[in-house]
Design a protein around this ligand. Sequence first.
Ligand code: SAH
Length: 456
Amino acid sequence: MGKPIARETFHGVCVDLSFEGKGVVKNGRDVYFVPGIFPSEEGDIEFAYMRAGQKFGRVVKLDKISPNRIEPRCKICSACGGCSFQQYAYPAQLVYKREKVKEQFRKIAKMDIEPLPCLGMDEPYFYRNKIQMPFGKDKRGNLYCGFYKEGTHVIVPVETCYIEDERAKKVLDAVKKLGKSFRIEPYEEDEGRGLLRHVLIRCAKHKEQVMVVLVTYKDAFPSRNNFVKALVKECPFITTVVQNVNSRHTNVILGEFERVLYGPGYIEDVLCGITFRISAKSFYQVNPIMTEQLYGKAIEAAKLTKNDVVFDAYSGIGTIGMVASRHCKQVIAVEIVKEAVADARRNAKANHIDNVSFYCGDASAFMVNMAEKKQHVDVVFLDPPRKGSDQRCLDAICKLAPSRVVYVSCDPSTLARDIAYLSKKYKLESVQPVDMFPHTMHVETVAMLSLRDSRK
Ligand code: SAH
């Protein structure tokens, strides 16, 4: 016999996974969202809390285990929450991600679609090239770093993270060790004191280059040069160190001001045969292996020809546009972060690509302007941040009427919303989920749309 069941405890069966990866457990007419339980599993669940009118529960005891449940490599994956999906067999993760895309289209776009099978990784570990961790200090004065526990600012200390490039651990261990001897104080949010907020590491996949960004609360950094010297000595593979100052009380990791402390202030990496320069503030996809697959699918979907004029909206450092430029006549790209645009321009020059023009600005405003000028465009690539595109941008696309739109999205719900909006003028031809983020609940999707025949 187990422990007696408390008042608010019930026996339930998990019937689904929510889009956040929580188990959906029914208790009569009530639905509970419960972390740590997978479809087909059964057990005792207790009520935990209400949020936005929804009930959340906690597993007290599991009686029936899913055949897809596996022993995770990372022992703290439940506590950390970053990749709680590690407890679910990888092929089952891919099935879930395809379903999630299908579900979002059904719920949000009211469209019944059949996405292609989710493309996965052969070796879904140590894939992340960008690592950012906050720092804390324990009672004995030792520094630790980790991830924030879901919904809080409590750091769950992480020693080894199984999805991050293995060089990152060496850097973080060195910062912890040197940070203690150099008496570097971690930033304390509540009190507004201390120095070190985050350490951000970017590792190139196809070049031996690693960037370390020390995000500090203040500009003044005692023994800055000696600290950097010691860090590079400990980790000779570091090719550049940047200090970024963020004095704001915000969740945003990077601040405005930057100072290059060592090396050129950027790294380079190779993607689809093109060399890209990446600065601290520029967006760069976090899974280099799957990015090549993603771009391959996006370019294939666009069916580019040598006469095509292509528009790359939300272009970052120009990756999609530059890969596309080899297959078309001309590319126009727009991106809002000026450092990324500067990277993009240098990238094009360094790769002898002369048929791409990069503009810094808001994608929607830019497209509205293009539509007013009745500019001709054959293909639009859209790769917005999670919140998706906006109506101004989508209306401008409908006005510009390119024959093909390729929408690359990291959030299937905003993708479904935007595609529903475009569907008055565009037909959805294919939806390809790509697993850019194994062991997390996230999924990337390439959707291909073609202009409906306006004469009909
Ligand atoms: N296509 C690129 C970047 C995609 S991420 C790649 O594959 O690497 C989305 C990009 O949109 C980021 O670089 C972000 O800075 C940019 N962005 C965000 N809001 C924007 C806006 N309103 N207009 C233009 N770009 C924007």
